[in-house]
Structure formats: structure tokens, C-alpha cells
Design a binder for this molecule. Structure first.
Ligand code: R5P
Length: 291
């Protein structure tokens, strides 16, 4: 079993939770910058012959968080760690998973290739596309956070809950969250209402007077959920609660969503943010304990 957990600078609190729940040591390290901006990393705990894990999301600032992860993995191996697991709760660059135009970098693959240079196992949470796991030649797993999202919304004791995904791609996640809550789910579909007009509406359910739980994997610019909130309001939803796995949160989208009529906005702590109320620590612990 994993004997020592190291925190990347993006996941310091989460790594501590994981270490505490596993009753293993939180590794000591120093991560800082040289005056010219280059990164300095020192692993201070003894790792020789030990099974280690590094918890680090490659969220904003993506490049330095990714480089920090790569340096930590390389250093642990150099110091003689027996086995190293890269736990990357939010896998940045995951949305560039194929080449749309000739010559375009498939950056998800670039990141995967570099992580596996020194990691023996890769763990992440809700990848944008599951197919990204195929870029890894080491054991790689994407943990599903729908259980912790569902449990959170269950505590609200909503009268008429219904889970909605903003598009067809979010159906699987919406369905899993709904299963935990024990309610129906649906996704929004475009309906043509004239030669130049489309309207978004739930494919099969009437959401009038319902408490809608809007679920997506990522909130970045927030435009996807913002437009959805407007439509749900127009269709007389009673309340609109928003949940996502990865709060990328560009700009002041949290304020804009509240101002548009969202009742609650919550996310997991794969990325630290002002709405990261739900912890994924137990999911990571379970996965780490499984091997
Ligand atoms: C799209 O495929 C994803 O599931 C999210 O809906 C998307 O990444 C959200 O992006 P934004 O918040 O910028 O609309």
C-alpha cells in the first residue's frame, strides 16, 4: 500500500486529507522559485524503497503545475522510491485530446507521455474524454466523482429534484448523480422552432416547478451553464442548483451565475476554488488502497 503522500502546490489540503484518511505520512518537501522564476523542488522525506504518491492537479497555472508534477515524479524515482503513483485530480490539457487541424498538438497525449516517464500508475478524476486513458502505457484510471456530488445534493432534501445535464455529453454524469439522489434525469436538446431559431429544452422531462440540479464535468467560462440557467428559469424551474466536478472558473462566473438565478453552486476540490465544498479525498483513498 502507498506509504507516503506528497502534495503538489495545487493540492496541499487535499493531499493532507488523503494522507490522514490513509493513516500514512504526508511527505515533506520544499517547492519554491529561483529569483529568475525557475522552479526549485526538494523532497525532504526519506523515500528509498517506499511506495509513494504525488497529488497535484495540472490546473491553472497549467504549465508550472505540470512541470512541478514532472519534477516531483522524476526526483522521487531518482531518490529510489519503489513505486510512484501520479494522482492528478484535474488533468489539465484534457480538452486538447485530438488534432482538429493538421499539425495541431495533441497536448493531452504530450502530458500523458511525460507523466508516465517516472510514474508507475496514473489516477485522475472525471476526464473530459475517457479515451485519454489510452495515451497512458502504465495502469491509468479515471475515478468517477458522481457519488460525492450526489451525496451532497441528497442532503438538501429537495421536494421535487431532477438532474439535468446541459448537453448530451453530460448525460452519463447526470445519470450517475441522479441515481445517488434517487431522482429522474435528463439533458438539454436543441429544438428548432423556426428557420432561424432554436430553443434548448429538456429532451423528455417537464422541469416546471421542479428543483433542478444542473450537473456538468467542468465549469470554465461558465457560458454552458449560464445559458442553461437562463433557459431553465424561462421554463419555470423552482430552484436551480449547480454542481460540477472541476471548477476551472474563469473570470467572475460564480457571481454571474448567482446573479442570473442560480440558487447554489458547488464543486469538488479537484481544483481549489471558492465553491470547492465537496472533497474527493475518500475516492482517491479507495483507489490508492485498491492496489
Ligand atoms: C463540454 O464538453 C464540457 O462538458 C463543459 O460543458 C465545458 O467544458 C464547459 O465549458 P464552459 O464553462 O467554458 O462553457
Amino acid at each position: 500500500m502507498t506509504e507516503i503522500i506528497f502534495a503538489g502546490s495545487e493540492c496541499q489540503a487535499l493531499a493532507k486529507e488523503v494522507a490522514d484518511e490513509m493513516e500514512v505520512t504526508l511527505g515533506n518537501s520544499t517547492i519554491k522559485n529561483f529569483p529568475d522564476g525557475e522552479m526549485y523542488v526538494r523532497i525532504e522525506s526519506d523515500v528509498k524503497g517506499k511506495k509513494c504518491a504525488v497529488v497535484q492537479s495540472t490546473s491553472r497555472p497549467h504549465n508550472s503545475n505540470l512541470v512541478e508534477l514532472l519534477i516531483m515524479l522524476d526526483t522521487l524515482k531518482e531518490l529510489g522510491a519503489r513505486e510512484v503513483t501520479a494522482v492528478v485530480p484535474y488533468f489539465g490539457y484534457g480538452r486538447q485530446d485530438k488534432s482538429f487541424n493538421l499539425g495541431e498538438a495533441v497536448t493531452a497525449r504530450t502530458a500523458a507521455r511525460h507523466i508516465q516517464l517516472n510514474a508507475d500508475r496514473f489516477l485522475t478524476i472525471n476526464l473530459h474524454k475517457k479515451s485519454i486513458l489510452e495515451f497512458f502505457k502504465i495502469p491509468a484510471e479515471a475515478i468517477d466523482a458522481s457519488s460525492v456530488l450526489g451525496e451532497y445534493f441528497k442532503t438538501h432534501n429537495l421536494e421535487k429534484p431532477v438532474v439535468i445535464g446541459p448537453d448530451k455529453g453530460a448525460t452519463e454524469l447526470a445519470g450517475s448523480v441522479a441515481k445517488v439522489i434517487g431522482c429522474e434525469f435528463d439533458y438539454l436538446e436543441k429544438e428548432r422552432i423556426g428557420p432561424a431559431n432554436v430553443r434548448m429544452k429538456p429532451k423528455k422531462l417537464d422541469i416546471g416547478e421542479k428543483d433542478v440540479i444542473l450537473i456538468d464535468d467542468i465549469i470554465d467560462s461558465g457560458n454552458t451553464v449560464l445559458e442553461t440557467v437562463k433557459m431553465l428559469r424561462a421554463q419555470n424551474a423552482n430552484s436551480i442548483l449547480i454542481g460540477c466536478v472541476h471548477p476551472v472558473l474563469t473570470g467572475n462566473i460564480v457571481t454571474r451565475l448567482f446573479a442570473t438565478g442560480a440558487t447554489d453552486i458547488v464543486a469538488t476540490n479537484t481544483i481549489q476554488s471558492q465553491i470547492s465544498y465537496i472533497t474527493v479525498s475518500s475516492l482517491i483513498v479507495e483507489a490508492l488502497k485498491s492496489k
